[in-house]
Design a protein around this ligand. Structure first.
Ligand code: ADP
Ligand code: 5GP
Length: 220
């Protein structure tokens, strides 16, 4: 009996204005469900308090980052708020080998590049529930000075216009609800025929079984 077809996991891109909660959603997916892993980006930004090298980001020099671009090690990269960020190609390859959905927490420029280069990626744009909530989250996080918070809010106005180019939009009002919505999207996307491993083989086997049943069960 078939209870589920084996499928090829799809990379998940979460993009959103800074402070919306995409990093929180990405980590919740990895912690709460099997088959999700976080894509650790390379960045030239300095680590914040409590950030760990190799876990939150690979913190690298600008020279090292430029070498990675030169060697085509990054599947996408962009300059965001004055620093360089990029996704190592090996993150996608390793996740595919392990049969896991890789979760990319990246900006909208990076999402556009993934759209072009990784056809089976699922792009989710995360909306803040309100400007007030975005301000509160950015200031409560306490990682940026108020001038920088205001700069990020101005950037958010432009980034929101990109939402229409994504596959899905999820509002991060209540965290648990937002995580469930993203999980449901990936669950549905994993059931597309193109994601099914060896669909021809599965169809062939089921057809042969049907032939057996027809042969074994006499008609009236
Ligand atoms: P981003 O990665 O989009 O910049 P973060 O994941 O760092 O945003 O979240 C920004 C702040 O908002 C963090 O302090 C986080 O704990 C908080 N946060 C995230 N999601 C929610 C939510 N649904 N409700 C309230 N606070 C949230
Ligand atoms: P932060 O410095 O606050 O961690 O991240 C700033 C922005 O850079 C966020 O929008 C984050 O999603 C984005 N970012 C993080 N990693 C990458 C990456 O690998 N590529 C791209 N394009 N953006 C990234």
């Amino acid at each position: 009996m078939i209870t589920g077809l084996p499928y090829r996991p799809c990379p998940l891109v979460l993009a959103a204005p800074s402070g919306t909660g995409k990093t929180t959603i990405a980590h919740a997916l990895v912690e709460r469900f099997t088959r999700f892993e976080f894509s650790v980006s390379a960045t030239t930004r300095l680590p914040r308090k409590r950030e760990r090298d190799g876990i939150d980001y690979d913190f690298v020099s600008r020279e090292r980052f430029e070498d990675m671009i030169e060697a085509d090690e990054l599947v996408e990269w962009a300059e965001v708020h004055g620093n360089l960020y990029g996704t190592p190609r090996k993150n996608l390859e390793a996740a595919a080998d392990r049969g896991e959905h890789v979760v990319l927490d990246i900006d909208v420029q990076g999402a556009h590049q993934i759209r072009e280069r990784v056809p089976d990626a699922v792009l989710v744009f995360v909306f803040p529930p309100s400007a007030e909530a975005l301000w509160t989250r950015l200031t409560a996080r306490g990682t940026e000075a108020l001038d920088e918070v205001r700069r990020r809010l101005r950037a958010a106005r432009d980034e929101l216009e990109e939402a229409e180019h994504f596959d899905y939009i999820v509002v991060n009002d209540d965290l648990d609800r937002a995580v469930s919505r993203v999980r449901a999207i990936i669950e549905a996307e994993s059931h597309r025929p193109r994601q099914t491993l060896d669909l021809d083989g599965e169809v062939g086997r089921l057809r042969a079984e049907i032939d057996d049943v027809i042969r074994e069960r006499p008609g009236d």
